[in-house]
Design a protein around this ligand. Sequence first.
Ligand SMILES: [Zn+2]
Length: 117
Amino acid sequence: MSDTSTVKMTPEERQQFARMVREAETLPENYLLCRTVGHAWSPVAPDREPMFGRLLVWECVRCTTKRDDIFDTRWGGLIARSYRYAEGYIIKRDKRGNAGALARTALRVVWDRKHNG
Ligand SMILES: [Zn+2]
């Protein structure tokens, strides 16, 4: 489901949206901001040696989530990327597993209510 399709939500989707809003309302301020607009990455020292390539570690200055980028030092190509999320950062998906777009809309609504409402 795309962001813009929420104006034509089914009753079930409206219930799902309400659940996402309730869950988003429980997020700490920094998590809510990162979920809404993305992380604020800053470089930190790598805490391990990769099997191959070079490891760059980025940490979000707001929520402390870490992003590990392993890249080829010669050509710069990304070999692997993984995330180490801060405790409680992840919002659970619904049973159908497609709540991502709804989650973003719910996050925007909750952010707006808290700051402009
Ligand atoms: Zn963050």
